[in-house]
Ligand binder design. Structure first.
Ligand code: ZN
Length: 350
């Protein structure tokens, strides 16, 4: 990765100072995900909204900044039994529906965080994803200002935070699955500038309007309900010239080949939402409705199953070459397996 510097580990007060700085930057922009506007009051055990008095527990070192409709009900109940009187926590009036899209994704990713056969850590270290991650993040680093704060939506166990952390960006990330956040905190705990990670819901991003420099959804949009509404939520939180970055499953006539290969040899366990794949037209339409401009480009014209058996440098070169060759051929250039999306709220994309 270009511009990559070795990850520095914490040897003194640096980590604490950086952690405090990141936390301060977050507390300035954080807002209540229940009423969508209230500022938050923080202490070491619980965060509360000054407007609607909703409360958000910090359990096992993880802040759960989600509305009741996507909260961990059992965690909240046991937390309230322990400290409810002391903090005057009101009883929850709503609970999570087991079949809500958030709950379905959460069950999948909480299992995927630590599953022995197929974990997110294994997924991340496959040749195919090492090749793709390097290619995509190298490009993104070139367009992100150095002082930008990265809002990493659906951050998993830090997979997408890692390249930004390596490049010394301030990263604030959240995921619907608590076990993913615990894995991320454990992974970054010794770093000099760790990301701030918490449990959050992409349908109610808990930050103020127009506060985010960069919003990243790395392979996340196809897990979420109502991508059209998510586009509006992304537009809401971005600064006027803020950047939106995403990589998704492209809808192509060749997708069936990948599906057949996955049935023969499942490389990763997928649990998509209502839009498992998306075309450039879909994406442009959703974001145009949110007053955003996006440009898209497709990548990967070889089966991941093939790339996966190559050494990483070979896979990287072959993928770069086939991407470049395909990009010159009308129609075929739209058929890559993945679609990269770069957007902004203004019309300034070149
Ligand atoms: Zn509130």
């Amino acid at each position: 990765m270009k511009n990559k510097t070795p990850i520095t580990t914490a040897t003194d007060d640096t980590a604490g100072k950086n952690r405090d700085e990141t936390r301060q930057r977050f507390t300035r922009i954080a807002r209540c995900p229940s009423c969508r506007k209230g500022k938050l009051l923080w202490n070491s055990r619980v965060v509360r909204c000054v407007t609607c008095s909703a409360w958000y527990p910090i359990t096992d070192g993880v802040l759960q900044l989600v509305p009741l409709t996507s909260a961990y009900t059992e965690d909240r109940n046991s937390f309230r039994e322990k400290v409810g009187k002391r903090y005057r926590l009101k009883v929850d009036r709503k609970t999570v529906s087991p079949e809500s899209p958030q709950e379905v994704q959460r069950r999948h990713f909480d299992r995927y965080a630590t599953d022995i056969d197929q974990s997110y850590n294994i997924y991340e270290t496959m040749v195919f994803w090492r090749v793709i991650d390097r290619s995509i993040f190298d490009g993104w680093m070139k367009i992100i200002p150095k002082n930008a704060v990265i809002l990493d939506v659906g951050c998993a166990q830090g997979r997408s935070a890692k390249p930004f952390v390596e490049n010394k960006y301030t990263v604030i990330g959240f995921d619907i699955a608590k076990k993913m956040i615990e894995a991320g905190n454990s992974r970054f705990k010794d770093l000099a500038k760790p990301p701030l990670l918490f449990v959050g819901d992409a349908t109610t991003i808990p930050v103020a309007d127009g506060c985010a420099d960069v919003v990243v959804l790395y392979g996340v949009l196809h897990h979420l309900p109502h991508p059209r509404l998510i586009a509006k939520e992304i537009a809401r939180v971005l600064k006027p010239k803020g950047i939106f970055l995403s990589l998704e499953n492209n809808r192509t006539p060749l997708r069936f080949l990948f599906d057949v290969l996955q049935r023969l040899m499942c490389l990763w366990d997928e649990k998509a939402g209502e839009s498992p794949t998306m075309s450039a037209a879909d994406v442009s339409g959703w974001f145009a409705e949110a007053d955003m401009t996006v440009r898209t480009r497709t990548h990967v014209f070889l089966p991941p199953h093939l790339i996966n058996i190559l050494p990483v440098p070979v896979g990287y070169r072959i993928t770069a070459w086939t991407d470049a060759a395909a990009s010159r051929i009308p129609l075929i250039r739209e058929w890559g397996g993945l679609i990269e999306i770069i957007g902004t709220k203004t019309n300034q994309i070149k």
